[in-house]
Each structure stands twice: as structure tokens, then as C-alpha cells.
Design a protein around this ligand. Structure first.
Ligand code: GDP
Length: 304
């Protein structure tokens, strides 16, 4: 229900565009496919992924000879779900972590303003609700505000935070955080990092160093490198995904601010193009406005 609400704008816009795309047509022909292509591109699905979807539908039209426009919803839904299945775990419904990893270490990356801190706070809250103990690490030492904002969330959610002064070595903060988590026998560690994309070599070096230093405490850390992307920024989100995947091995995605955009299709395009599962979606500013991404629910929310 909340998912529907969070994606309301996407859904309404997608639906009205889709109905316009097939208006006055009874069968799927080249016109309808052209219109559909526009609908998908304008929903930020991305050109590459859009073409993939169009090609698949074309193939079905060729195979079945006749495809009615009233069936198009169903076909489109199947094709999108199929596409997400290829790239996405997306079957989880809970905020779970592998119990054999203790502490389970999540390193969070992404540029400023995308909702990184908020996502960390929401995640901490969800893990806590699930009965896990959480420690936060303020390894974005580049901006004082980043440390303070994370502190605000730590206080709000009531979880411990490890921090140092602004300008201190991020890897040292990460090291201290893991040491502290191990000493407390904590279940989950979430490490915030600075995302300065304009200096790619620095970004790469910094993330590599944080990982290396963390591994002195927890051998196989980080267990998850979570890239946070702002879903309302369309092509910027694609570009950031590209840059971060070049800088480090990103293992999952959180797409935020889907409540404020009609372009939720970005989730489909990004997971397809980068072959990285979208694990979480942000659908509001509140502590509970984070959802585990579930591909079936997501696709359903588009077409329901
Ligand atoms: P950071 O700089 O990446 O750490 O970004 P913040 O976590 O400080 O978030 C930037 C702004 O985006 C804040 O005003 C947040 O409340 C807002 N925000 C974060 N996630 C969401 C979301 O899912 N939906 C909406 N509507 N706003 C969000």
C-alpha cells in the first residue's frame, strides 16, 4: 500500500501516457511501438533498456502475428518483470542480513544530496526493528555537516555512531567503527563515505583504502557496497552509477525520492544497464519511507 503511494506519480503518469500511446488502436503495430518507446524513454527507463523491451515485444508480435492493444499491459508487465529477473535479486520482502556475517558491513557510497544520510538512518531503523544491533560510522569526513547529519539520525534512531573530527582519515573512522562493532558484538555496521565525483582518482583511492583498512578488522568486509542514487535525477543517476561502478565494486543500489517523481522507470533502466540489483527504494523523507525493493510489487504497482 505504501509502495503504491510512494510510486503514485510514476504510476499515474505511466498509465496516462500508456493509454495515449494505444488510443484508437486495437492491435500493436509500428505506431503503437513507436509511442510505447516514447513512453518508456520519458519515464526514464533509458534508451538501451527501452530498446530491449521494444525488441522483445516486436518479437512477440512477429511470433503471434496479432497482438491486441488490450493485451499490451500484460505483455509489457511480463517483459519488464523478465528483464528485472535477469538482473535482480528483488525477491526479498524484509530487511534481512545474512546471519553468518557478524558484523555485516555495509559501505554506503553516492554523491551529496542524493539521500545517502537519510537512507542510512532509515536502514538503521529497519535493522533495529528487525532486532539487530547497529553501529554507524561517519567516514564522510570531508564535510562537517555530513558528520552532524549522521549524528542526528543516530540520535533519532538511537544507535551508536563512531565519528572523528572533520578532515580526519575516512579509513581510520571506518577502522574504529568496525573495532567498536566487534567489541560490542554488533550485528550490522553502516559506513557513510564522501562522494566527490569531480575527483575520480581520489574517490577510487579513498574507497579502496577504506576497504583495505576495514579488512584488517573484518576480513571479508564490506559485505555490501550500496550506491545511493536520486531517482528523480534521471540521466544524472545513470551517469553516477557509471562513475561509481568504475571507482569501486558496487554490489547493490538504493534509489531514493521516487515519491517525488513521475520517472520511476529509472529503477528498471539502471538495474538492467548496470546489472546491479536495486535493493531498496526511498519513497519519502520519514524514517519509515524506505522499502525493500520487490520486483513483483514494483511492476504490479505500475500496472495495477
Ligand atoms: P545526502 O547529502 O546524500 O546525505 O542527502 P540527505 O540524506 O541529507 O538527503 C537530502 C534531502 O533529500 C533531504 O532533504 C532528505 O529529506 C531528502 N530525501 C532523502 N530521501 C528521500 C526520499 O526517498 N524521498 C524524498 N521525498 N526525499 C528524500
Amino acid at each position: 500500500e505504501t509502495l503504491d503511494k510512494g510510486l503514485e506519480k510514476t504510476k499515474t503518469s505511466f498509465f496516462s501516457k500508456l493509454s495515449k500511446a494505444v488510443a484508437g488502436k486495437t492491435k500493436v503495430d509500428d505506431d503503437v511501438l513507436d509511442n510505447l518507446e516514447e513512453v518508456l524513454v520519458s519515464s526514464d527507463v533509458g534508451v538501451e533498456t527501452t530498446l530491449k523491451i521494444i525488441n522483445r515485444i516486436e518479437a512477440r508480435v512477429a511470433k503471434d502475428k496479432y497482438l491486441g492493444t488490450d493485451e499490451l499491459n500484460q505483455i509489457l508487465r511480463e517483459e519488464i518483470a523478465g528483464l528485472l529477473s535477469e538482473t535482480n535479486v528483488g525477491n526479498e520482502t524484509d530487511f534481512t542480513i545474512p546471519i553468518e556475517k557478524k558484523p555485516y558491513v555495509i559501505m554506503v557510497v553516492g554523491v551529496n544530496g542524493v539521500g545517502k544520510t537519510t537512507t542510512i538512518g532509515k536502514l538503521a531503523s529497519q535493522f533495529k526493528k528487525a532486532g539487530k544491533s547497529v553501529v554507524l560510522g561517519a567516514a564522510d569526513t570531508f564535510r562537517a555537516a555530513a558528520i552532524d547529519q549522521l549524528q542526528v539520525w543516530a540520535d533519532r534512531v538511537d544507535v551508536p555512531i563512531v565519528r572523528q573530527e572533520m578532515g580526519s582519515d575516512p579509513a581510520s573512522v571506518a577502522f574504529d567503527t568496525l573495532k567498536s562493532a566487534v567489541a560490542q558484538n554488533a550485528d550490522v555496521v553502516i559506513i557513510d563515505t564522501a562522494g566527490r565525483l569531480h575527483n575520480k582518482v581520489n574517490l577510487m583511492n579513498e574507497l579502496t583504502k577504506i576497504k583495505r583498512v576495514m579488512q584488517k578488522v573484518v576480513e571479508d568486509a564490506p559485505h555490501d557496497v550500496l550506491l545511493v542514487l536520486d531517482g528523480s535525477t534521471g540521466q544524472n543517476a545513470f551517469e553516477q552509477a557509471k562513475q561509481f561502478t568504475l571507482a569501486t565494486e558496487v554490489t547493490s543500489l538504493a534509489v531514493t525520492k521516487l515519491d517525488g517523481t513521475a520517472k520511476g522507470g529509472v529503477v528498471i533502466g539502471i538495474s538492467d544497464q548496470f546489472k546491479i540489483p536495486v535493493k531498496y527504494i526511498g519513497v519519502g523523507e520519514g524514517v519509515n519511507d524506505l522499502q525493500v525493493f520487490n520486483k513483483i510489487e514494483f511492476v504490479d504497482s505500475f500496472f495495477k
